[in-house]
Design a protein around this ligand. Sequence first.
Ligand code: UDP
Length: 342
Amino acid sequence: MNVLVTGGAGYIGSHAVQRLLRDGHTVFVLDNLVRGHRKALRAIGLGTNDRLRFIEGEVTKPTAITRAFRQLPFDCVMHFAALAYVGESVDQPLRYYDANTTGLLRILQACEKFNVRRLVFSSSCSTYGDPPEGRIPVDEDCPQHPVSPYGRTKLAGEWLIRDFAESRRRAGKPFAYAFLRYFNVCGCDTTGLLGEDHEPETHLVPILLEVALGKRERVDIHGTDYPTPDGTCVRDYVHVEDLIDAHVLAMEKMRDGEGGAYNVGIGKGYSVRQIIESARRVTKHAIPSHEGPRRAGDAAMLYNNPEKIRRELGWSPKHTDLDEIIATAWRWFSANPNGYES
Ligand code: UDP
């Protein structure tokens, strides 16, 4: 297939590009390189593999999008380009709505104009907010009441896509889509080529590894008074390669005009303290921690019920051991202490 990957130079997007190339697809990347890295694309074949091409540009700008869509007749768009920090979204909601919602709107306008009929959309478990009692583990029918602007941009995106798909159905030009509601993505590709390198970094696992590398003094635990077993937030940590597996399965199994939402998480919840303990075991560093206040926009407890994605897409995670998942990230971080600039 010809696949347009927006945000393909970023952490998750680059892992998708690597996998799509490995599977024999032709990949076109559109990325603004604000949080992505040209070096990530070089590591997996930019300049040497003629099935990989790249345009630097904004998904919010019609000119950049039109340029990208003119390159090839795309069979599918994987839309990763987005801002993805819960805390930052509370302070900068307009920036988040612009990047995430306007960006998606522009992609859908181009899908209409260029008659592209398949989309895999990066949604989020944060669209569920704090699930009502009895709804954890979370399944796809859980009510969606996001508690952060980031989560709301992703929920708005889901509705935008549903409405667009309905209009295309009525026009006799069926549009198929999958919303993949990511839980907490972490780990790095097991061949060691690709990593996670964000500026600024706010995600827990990379922060812990930066403390282990001596690049930060300590990790701040954002809240110890949550109604969870040890008082810290509980999340479901899924390896990036398993997440990408879900994208590929969704793309391959998509049927004309049909749409579906799938949670992507392994089905186990770990607290912030458990993640810190795991990072200490894996890195063999002390990783000092400090108990701080809650971070705005965080839900207390979220982990997945993977039943639907197993049943309908045949997905099951290959990486289920927490230490092993974090070890894949540690391998890259310790080999590349300055990220892609190493
Ligand atoms: N977290 C933390 N300290 C940090 C970063 C994150 O305690 O320096 C917590 C955060 O409050 C959340 C969990 O770790 O409960 C996962 O946060 P992350 O930012 O990695 O992912 P998110 O859940 O926001 O997508």
